[in-house]
Write a protein that binds this ligand. Sequence first.
Ligand SMILES: *[C@@H]1O[C@H](CO)[C@@H](O)[C@H](O)[C@H]1NC(C)=O
Ligand SMILES: *[C@@H]1O[C@H](CO)[C@@H](O)[C@H](O)[C@H]1NC(C)=O
Ligand SMILES: *[C@@H]1O[C@H](CO)[C@@H](O)[C@H](O)[C@H]1NC(C)=O
Length: 296
Amino acid sequence: MPLIIICGTPVSGKTSRTTELKQFFENVHNKNVEIVSEDEAIIKLGYEKNSTYLDSQKEKRVRGYLKSEVIRLIGKDNVVILDGSNYIKGYRYELYCASKASKSTQCTIYTIRNQQEAWDDNIRRIEANESKPNDNPDLNKQPYTEEVFNALTKLRFEEPNSNNRWDSPLFTVQTTSQLDLDAVYKVLFEKKPPPPNMSTQNPPLSSTNFLYEIDKVTQAISKQILDSKQLNLDIIKFPEYPGCVLEVGFIQSVNPQKLLRLRRQFLTYAKMSHSNEEANKIGRFYIQYLNKTLTD
Ligand SMILES: *[C@@H]1O[C@H](CO)[C@@H](O)[C@H](O)[C@H]1NC(C)=O
Ligand SMILES: *[C@@H]1O[C@H](CO)[C@@H](O)[C@H](O)[C@H]1NC(C)=O
Ligand SMILES: *[C@@H]1O[C@H](CO)[C@@H](O)[C@H](O)[C@H]1NC(C)=O
């Protein structure tokens, strides 16, 4: 059921991570793993790697093919790993919507590597290819031309970002570092909705003043959200909480009834958790809580 999206620039270790994940899920957790490989898709469609990335029509067909393979496999009881560059933000968003539609969990593994090192490795692949052209060793180790390498490394690559819900949860991993496989397993198989992020370790505090404060703060935020929606704004910023923004997806899904219900839930939680965070922090938690609940 779960989907793992590999994302990374050329020669950054995507296929090695894919193999590592496959072995982990099969051997440690006895799962059935399906790999959907971009390199293999290119061959299947009768294309060649270098020219595919220089032809937007071909690339589009490859992406379409990969997506349909993912959708075909995702419904079953197995782990699907999409091994490819997946460098387009909008494409990752489409995959996220597809996995969500089939009620699957998902995560993104972002493989990063020093560009010079990756290029040096690519040159070694070119040389190996030239010395043994008919020996087609490993499909996934086919080199890139310099033009394609640069395009996919610098110009076109849209870095994943854990603030985008479709890229999240995001694991960023260097070629030399260890991927936390247990954490990947957990987010895919033991995922629970994130609780409001409030510290529960503070000493109890139920002063009327605190309750009054959080009531006032959350009410003001709710009001600002509804006012902004009424004005058809597509982004909401909160001057009191720098960096806190709510985006168009949130604004579209919020309405007065939902907001009322969520505010009550939040207040109940805040009281139970005996938090003595100052009101300013509570405001921020409230905004994040709404955001998570309505856009996740
Ligand atoms: C892509 O270009 C590189 C560099 O010119 C070359 O070594 C490689 O064989 C090409 N790849 C394929 C699949 O033809
Ligand atoms: C939640 O709180 C923990 C501990 O204070 C912090 O490390 C973490 O970054 C917070 N997460 C979010 C999403 O705010
Ligand atoms: C709300 O979610 C969006 C999309 O995930 C993110 O970009 C934004 O920073 C979030 N805002 C807050 C206040 O958490």
